[in-house]
Design a protein around this ligand. Structure first.
Ligand code: CP
Length: 311
């Protein structure tokens, strides 16, 4: 059956955990996975800029023995001549077996999936969702805490436009129990109502300094300049939250700091050497998780467990 990953909860809880388990197997025995996607081709269609997501998807496919095609920006494709997403996907599916697509407009990965006979991975659609980031965030949280239930997580910064926050919040609330959320943001950048579910245990605050001591996970985010209507509007919020070594003194000894990156100025370089900084682990884990994700959607069995990832 054709499956896509458009929103973080598109895989069941069992499927999600199976994906994380395979990612861990990959991290321990990468040589077992070297040729699993030989003769398969990934297309990365990036209408919006990226460093980590595009390059890690491409590296993931290459490490599975497959090929990569695609475009890194709309300007270098026929999109710049006015070609639609619908036509682009109908063309690309003639050449590729799976697509990772990023677009600056919400819902574009879903639209692509409606015209596609190959799996579509939403690699970020505007300020909506970024589900493959969620998978690597879950992996990193589990690596740090040893569990995905019963912890306190604080999301700090631009929660209005922060698609990684939207995706991770959804899956934690749907699949795991005992999660307490702190949403730390200016009033104007609050978590949108559509992502606040009735059964969620959450507190909205605007101060990081007085909240940090309560957290097991601190998920920092960038204020997203590209989502504001003007530079002046962006500058009102730029630098409003800065995690530095002083603030880290108030945090628990085993708190983990996550950030999807890119970072601008919201975590000082001094925090990087703190063992609680987990953001470069996220980048590394993204490779394993995206290898597992490509396997999942192409229906490739895990050679270690002998299992398929999706049911
Ligand atoms: N985390 C993330 O989406 O980074 P990029 O924008 O560099 O892909």
């Amino acid at each position: 059956m054709l499956r896509h990953l458009l929103e973080s909860h598109n895989f069941t809880k069992d499927e999600t955990e199976s994906l994380l388990m395979v990612a861990e197997n990959i991290s321990k025995q990468p040589e077992e996975y070297r040729e699993l996607a030989k003769y398969k081709r990934l297309a990365t269609l990036f209408y919006e800029s990226s460093t980590r997501t595009r390059i890690s998807f491409e590296t993931a496919m290459q490490k599975l023995g497959g090929d990569v095609i695609g475009f890194p920006s709309a300007e270098v494709s026929s999109v710049s001549k006015g070609e639609s997403v619908e036509d682009t996907i109908r063309v690309i599916q003639c050449y590729a077996d799976i697509v990772a697509m990023r677009h600056n407009k919400e819902g574009m990965a879903r639209l692509a999936s409606e015209y596609s006979r190959i799996p579509i991975i939403n690699a970020g659609d505007g300020s909506n969702e970024h589900p493959s980031q969620t998978m690597l965030d879950l992996y990193t949280i589990k690596q740090r805490l040893g569990r995905l239930d019963n912890f306190v997580i604080g999301f700090c910064g631009d929660l209005k436009f922060g698609r990684t926050v939207h995706s991770l919040t959804q899956i934690l609330n749907k699949y795991y129990s005992g999660i307490e959320f702190y949403f730390i943001s200016p009033e104007e950048l609050k978590m949108p109502d559509r992502f606040l579910e009735k059964n969620m245990k959450y507190t909205e605050v605007n101060d990081l300094e007085t909240t940090i001591d309560k957290l097991d996970i601190l998920y920092m985010t960038r204020i997203q300049q590209e989502r504001f209507s003007s530079k002046e509007e962006y500058m009102r919020f730029n630098g409003v939250y800065v995690l530095d070594e002083d603030k880290m003194k108030h945090a628990k000894n085993n708190m983990a700091v996550l950030h999807p990156f890119p970072r601008v100025n919201e975590i000082t370089l001094g925090v990087d050497k703190d063992p609680r900084a987990a953001y470069f682990d996220q980048v590394q884990n993204g490779l394993y998780v995206r290898m597992a994700l490509i396997m999942a959607l192409l229906g490739i069995k895990d050679p270690i467990s002998g299992q398929f990832i999706l049911n």
